[in-house]
Design a binder for this molecule. Sequence first.
Ligand SMILES: NC(=O)c1ccc[n+]([C@@H]2O[C@H](COP(=O)([O-])OP(=O)(O)OC[C@H]3O[C@@H](n4cnc5c(N)ncnc54)[C@H](OP(=O)(O)O)[C@@H]3O)[C@@H](O)[C@H]2O)c1
Length: 362
Amino acid sequence: MGKFAFIFHPHDVESLGDWVFSEPNLKKKRRHLIERALRWIPPLKRESVTGLQSLTGKKANGEMILLPLVPEQIVKMDSGFILQKLIRAGRIAQDLGCNIVGLGAYAAWVGKRGVLVAKELNIPVTTGTSYTIEIVVQAVLKAANDVGIEIDKAKVSIIGATGLIGSICSVILAEKVPYLTLMARNKIKMRKLADSIIQQNKKKTIIKITDNLKESLSQSDIMVVVTSVPFALIKVEDLNPGTIVCDISLPHNVSPEKAASRRDVLVIDGGVVNPPGKVDLHFNFGLAPGLVYACMAETMILALEEKYEYACIGGKVSLAKVRAISKFAVKHGFKLAQFRSFGKKVSIGQIEEVKKARRGKK
Ligand SMILES: NC(=O)c1ccc[n+]([C@@H]2O[C@H](COP(=O)([O-])OP(=O)(O)OC[C@H]3O[C@@H](n4cnc5c(N)ncnc54)[C@H](OP(=O)(O)O)[C@@H]3O)[C@@H](O)[C@H]2O)c1
């Protein structure tokens, strides 16, 4: 039986309270004291994952290893310190007999995106990027279909387009939609990406680049949000009625409080996967029971398939790897999860409101 580990960190002080200490009032405590305490807490095994069973009958178990740091700390603190802490977490996975370890959310950026961590371990490391890309594309196509957007007429924007996930999603989506807007802050990188997409593109897709977030929010049918920003970057008040936002970023880039005021737009929690079997994490990971993030799903897929050469580390992802992981995912029974918005199932009523808003625009 395969065995995997997944290294995760809380998305914020609130999830630290919910996921780790079962203390919902933690967010009311002083943040700087919590962050100072986290510096000295070593990584630890949070729980074991049970119930993963492939359609082929094969099973794998897992371990959830906590990297006790919030995103702001991973970004701002001394990179050597963070790397050592992550290696320690990886060694816990190794000592527990895991065959592969996945790095979740901001842990995936540490040590040249897993390369330096992998050097210190005897087991493969994956960042989950390939399967996340596949799931983003599936989510965009399904969401468009659900609200009646014809994909071959759709205007799609990718916020964080030059990132590892955003850039490959842009390449794939450019083959499916007629208008694609690439949005990030660095225009030189965007120009380079746009040029390379245009060179490969088999359709006459119109590719636009912009560093103006407000402009892209108001001009799209579907937005894919996939940035490295650990806060609510998207201002829902700037969205056009009938827009779909697929928020892949972890922590998410749309605030639930603000989105609640816009019944005419649909914000989907992106990158969520339904794995095969009866997967149980045995603790509250902020997702509905049985669901996992795409990056974690990639770790599970590789543990079932035992093809560790498809693990994804470093600053490049190939389309070939995305396709291979997607094929393994289908074989083992991993699926895009039913859409949720801020953790709650998207209802038929919500879809109807977005459809109505779209009809009103025409
Ligand atoms: N749901 C899942 O299963 C899953 C799996 C893996 C990763 N993720 C999440 O996906 C996100 C992206 O990951 P990645 O590895 O692709 O990140 P990345 O390579 O670092 O790319 C980040 C992108 O965001 C852009 N960006 C940064 N600040 C911005 C701002 N203020 N406004 C607009 N764009 C900005 C960057 O370009 P500029 O610097 O030029 O602005 C870049 O294009 C992360 O939040 C990660 O946690 C989710």
